[in-house]
Design a protein around this ligand. Structure first.
Ligand SMILES: *Cc1c(COP(=O)(O)O)cnc(C)c1O
Length: 396
């Protein structure tokens, strides 16, 4: 049997410029973001400034992880212990985890067949729960109708926070993902669009949210060393009334991210070329239903999803096993037990009293997912299409 030999979890090496910047920081010994020489601005502060500019927003805070960014986004936005927070039921475990960590209570919202949030159910969930916050994941890079989402949140008096772990570099009608909500949260963990091992970025145009976020992240009284934050003089009482929940990013991580940020547009083009090969090839297999990509969406194709709505669980299980034998670790969201990075809302057992989300249940039962690392080329993607096709036939 022909098998695919490359790894789906092997990322590219860091660019030489990133390696050089990292070595320079290590030589200087000034790894802590606030440890600056006279007149030095610091890698973390420069990264924040460059990322805010790339998104067209006023403020950016670099922090320890994407999950941490979401936690302090909620706290800085005024979440009080016990407050309900809406989140789409198709998301990753750090989302309910960050709500939980901030003292909130997740309220699941159903999705549509295209995996984006169901606005009718968002309205119902908001009215039933009285939630004032919506932590929206653009899960696996699929962006819902942002104008309609923002309009509904405004109408319901709900504060929108975007989880852009899978949409860094993506747009909706030309506007960057993460700039629609009150706060945008990004991850620079190895498997996302920029790689610093771990790391997160929080963006906002709201000065009060930003002041609180800076203090929450553990700035001590050194907030004047930020370049993409409100004036130091404006911190007033906030600096005394906000707890320090240490979670800063260091200069080493920021140094390896800045040269990568400069490559983000190029990475998007490369990802999308690979994505189109897989999309076109997989779309030709009869039982496969692709997730449509609306023209408003400027996506980053770092993974691909498809549904197999006509197939039984047994047939899908056989198909997934056939892919595995061919060296293709296809993820199936319909599996009973969470596996690897994938988990479903029903494996977050610490949440009680979950709302029913029947369409999420239905969609996940046949939803499959493949990562697309940039270490692949178009030829690899063509080979994957062929092997997936063989596994589908074999499972008949
Ligand atoms: C990875 C991820 C996060 C969190 O990122 P970390 O940096 O790992 O904390 C949040 N949401 C989604 C959808 C993710 O995939």
């Amino acid at each position: 049997m022909q098998t695919f030999s490359k790894s789906f979890t092997q990322q590219e090496p860091l660019p030489e410029a990133a390696i050089e910047a990292a070595v320079a920081i290590m030589r200087s010994g000034r790894l802590h973001r606030y440890n600056l020489a006279e007149g030095e601005r610091g890698e973390a502060a420069l990264l924040e400034q460059e990322f805010a500019d790339s998104l067209g927003v006023a403020y950016c805070l670099a922090c320890a992880s994407g999950g941490y960014a979401m936690q302090i986004a909620l706290r800085a936005s005024g979440l009080a212990p016990g407050d309900k927070v809406l989140c789409n039921a198709f998301t990753l475990s750090p989302v309910p985890g960050s709500i939980h960590g901030a003292g909130g209570v997740p309220v699941l919202v159903d999705i549509q067949d295209d995996t984006t949030v169901d606005l009718d159910d968002l309205r119902r969930a908001a009215e039933e729960s009285g939630a004032r916050f919506f932590l929206l994941s653009h899960m696996r890079g699929h962006i819902g109708d942002m104008e309609a989402i923002v309009e509904l949140c405004d109408e319901l008096g709900i504060l929108l926070i975007e989880d852009c772990a899978h949409t860094m570099g993506a747009t909706w009608r030309g506007r960057p993902s993460g700039s629609f909500g009150q706060v945008g949260c990004f991850s620079t963990q190895t498997y996302k669009h920029l790689n610093s091992g771990e790391g997160g970025l929080l963006t906002t145009d709201d000065p009060e949210v930003m002041r609180r976020a800076v203090i929450l992240s553990g700035s001590y009284m050194l907030f004047d060393r930020h370049l993409a934050a409100p004036e130091a003089e404006s911190f007033g009482d906030v600096r005394l009334q906000t707890p320090n929940c240490s979670g800063r990013m260091d200069n080493l991580r920021a140094a390896v991210l800045r040269p990568q940020l400069a490559q983000l547009d190029d990475r998007r083009e490369r990802w999308n070329r690979l994505y189109r090969v897989l999309e076109e090839g997989l779309g030709r297999q009869a039982p496969v239903t692709l997730i449509p990509r609306p023209p408003e969406e400027g996506f980053v194709g770092s993974s691909i999803q498809f549904r197999l709505p006509g197939l039984s669980r047994e047939r899908i299980a056989a198909f997934v096993a056939g892919c595995e034998r061919r060296g293709i670790p296809l993820k199936w969201y319909g599996r009973e037990e969470p596996e690897d990075y994938t988990s479903r809302y029903d494996s977050w057992r610490y949440l009680d009293g979950m709302r029913p989300v029947p369409n999420t249940e239905k969609v996940l039962a046949t939803l499959c997912d493949l990562r697309i690392p940039l270490t692949f080329d178009a030829q690899d993607c063509a080979e994957i299409v062929q092997l997936v096709g063989e596994a589908l036939q074999e499972s008949e």
